[in-house]
Design a protein. Sequence first.
Length: 304
Amino acid sequence: MQPVLHHGYPIPQPRMFSSCARHASRFSVSCAARKSLVEGKNSNLMAGIDPEHKEEVVRILELAQRSQGSWGSEISSFYSPAVIADAMTALNRMSEIRGIAWGGYTRAERQRIIVGREEVLVGDVTELSDDVIAAVQVKGNFLFDSASHPDFLGACLGTGIERAVIGDILVQGDTGAQIICTPSIVEHLEATLTQVRTVSVKTERIHVPEQLRVPEARVKEMQSVEASCRLDAIASAGFRMSRNKLADMIKAGDVRVNWKTCKKPSLEVCEGDMISATGKGRVEISSISTTSKGKFIVEMQRFT
């Protein structure tokens, strides 16, 4: 099973978990095993994992251990791209276990991870999205009181649910939004999500992925000739910023490479790397070649 590059980190091609193992197994991870993971004693699995993501990665590894013992499958909560990247790194170090990240559509940022033995994960996860991912349509007239992503998220959290059960939110101008979520909270949102800002809304379940209306990404092809492949040089060219300002953003922790925070302006970046900066979008390095004078021709795509 060949991995594919998705948002800068490798994940296996989407596959489906077996229907007989959709619910959590009765297997539990021992306290000693969890303590070992949390304290980083299992260095083979946790090496290089961002300390800020350790607790989330440990929860996902616990699911993997349960699925390995039960010959079933487990499904995580929704996580950010940075946590997904670290979790997939750790899962790829486990023998006989596979992890599949899926958020309802190809470019989804917040995703759930399905874990299980390779023999269990068969088929195409996109064909069973309603069992893994659900979504609701939130309809209202926002012509005179426009709502943004934070407004819809705040309205959801105001109903008493946690962030972990909410995936991407696809805002649809003055008509509302589509909110991706776990199947277990659909009925709750239908009953309780009745207002966003000052606008009364109607919330109804929709089918994934058939009824999702995903906006097209705005992509700009770019090329730059640089003396090196340092992060500050490539990112400043990609984001059209001065190198000094970009270096300040890097040192402040506002720049991520493959969704992982990097505070080293001198880091060498490579083909396929995804660079994201707070408030600036993302830049993916398509190719790097050299000139006869030893400089680097960098082909990039900027997503905004």
